[in-house]
Design a binder for this molecule. Sequence first.
Ligand code: RP5
Length: 155
Amino acid sequence: MGSTSDWDVMKEAAQMCKDFGIPYEARALSAHRSPAELEAWIADMEARGCQAFIAGAGGAAHLAGVVAAQTILPTFGVPMPSKYMKGLDSLLATVQMPKGIPVPTMAIGEAGAANAALAVVAMLALTDPALRKKLLDFREKQSEKVLKASLPELK
Ligand code: RP5
C-alpha cells in the first residue's frame, strides 16, 4: 500500500489471505515517496516466489501501475477512499492504465481489498485443488448466510 494510512482498508486483503492460508507480505511503500525501495522490494518478492501483487493507494494512485510495470506477475489495484474526492480520484488513477500494462482494478475501499485477495485465491486455485475446495466452501457459506437472513417485520 502507498501509506500506513491505507492499512485500515488494506488489512481486509491481508485478512482474506490469512483466512485462506496464503502466505503474504504487507508493506507500505510509495510510488512517489519511496520509489527506489519499492522497486527493490518488487524484485525481492519475485526472487522469493511471490505469485501476485495487490496494490492499494489513494489520490494520485499510481502504485498499482508502477508495480505492474515492473513485473509480469498479476497485479491487482485497490483504490483507497480519499479525503476530498472519496476515492473517485484513486479509482480513475488506478483503473485508467495505458494499453500493455494491465491492472485489474477492484471496488473502492474494503470490498475492493477483500475482493483483490479473493481474485488471487481464484487464480491460485486453478492449480491448487485444496484451495479450490476452500474457495467453493467460502462461496457456499456466503450463499447460506444470504438465504438465512430475514427482513425486519413492519410495525
Ligand atoms: C497515497 O496517498 C497513499 O496511498 C494514501 O492513500 C494517500 C495519503 O497518504 P498519507 O498522506 O496518509 O501518507 O499515496
